[in-house]
Write a protein that binds this ligand. Sequence first.
Ligand SMILES: C=C(O[C@H]1C=CC=C(C(=O)O)[C@@H]1O)C(=O)O
Length: 448
Amino acid sequence: MSTPSLTALTPAPGQSRGLRSITLARGDMDPQSGLLGYVVRNDARTWIRRGEGLVAYGETARFTVTGPDRFTQAQEWWRRELAGAAVQDDLGVPGSGLIAFGSFAFSKTSLHESRLIVPEVVLGCSEGRAWLTYITDDAEAELSAEAAEAALAAYLVEPDSDRSPRPDDRLGPGVLSEDQYKLAVARGVKHVQAGELSKLVLARDVVAHLETPVATAQVLRELAVRYEDCWTYAVDGLIGSTPEMLIKVENNTAQARVLAGTLDRANAPADDPDYPNRVLAGSEKQLHEHQIAIDSLTETLQPFTSSMTSHSEPFVLQLPNVWHLASDVTAQLAVDDGGQVPTSLALVQALHPTAAVCGTPTTVAGALIRELEHLQRGPYAGPVGWIDAGGNGEWGIALRGAVIETPTRVRLYAGCGIVEGSLPDAELAETWSKFRPMIQALGLSAPS
Ligand SMILES: C=C(O[C@H]1C=CC=C(C(=O)O)[C@@H]1O)C(=O)O
């Protein structure tokens, strides 16, 4: 596999062979709803957390790719687009100026197309500062505040309607039945016990069949409000709210949030505040599973850094559906001989797939996933996020999400880390707790 170029991506000032963009500060974002007020169309692309992030519409350029070099090729395409671009950016903060949204297949052998998409309009909000970016490939187009506002207004003029649950909406089985999934888990445990690997992540799917077309914008707003500590993503029908940050790059700093170890909140005793600390943070099995995930991230990130910090113990992250063992990692990126730090995509290429979604060792786990899961993961558990012209970006792991396959068919995915002590019934139950965000946002109920 070719190694990623670590040179930061820099647009050439003044050139306009291709993309042209203007970014303007915008003061009128409703502080209550933040960006959510703009998530009104089902084709919105989003990256939202606590009311901030990015919402985009339209498409000015697109790159698609499959195979083991998908990250490198995407980065090379982005570099070429930037080399011919003319960028006016009043703000110069991560996410302003030219950006591309992206989603990548989990597997290097997947036929699913990984993609980078340059939108036409982007609304951004970070630390209270809001902006609007307008991007065009029309050499004659006027680049002004009026033109940018008009481009945005054209997308907002006809919002898509919300929908109410219908009697015939239902949740059906996916590729594997529940019993087949439990069998796959039992087989996975045997491979771990045989010493072939220390951790394996096995996923399964369920399918939502809706009577009327899915109201994607409504689903995204519900996810973003309910799962405000997660990153609510939408890229070409891949939607969800992920609690796991694969890598975020802001100038010379990289951050990751590693999760592994899960406890369902549904059956937790209401009068026992110490329950997650005792049952999750006090469990040898869960701590072992978490340690494997954090080691896989820090060992791979380390060569790109000059310093790195993470707490020695994971903390308990409380989400509406589950508690997770979580570790936040912050690193200063090492500067190369040319004075550059790696781009967010270069780090994604190095880090994906972590043990949180694949296993350890990666190659053994990857082969077993193909053998035992019988699932085409597509973009599930792959990197999803955005990159800007400076190489900054945020790439989450596409978890707690779904793929909209047709307007009335939505495939939900969830997986579990399998270690030596894993029990098939418990792992099956855990997948239901991980499906819950999407099940609720779609207005469905899980089978009891
Ligand atoms: C693979 C998933 O979750 C991963 C992330 C957090 C906790 C996990 C766990 O406890 O098994 C999984 O490793 C998923 O949500 O589909």
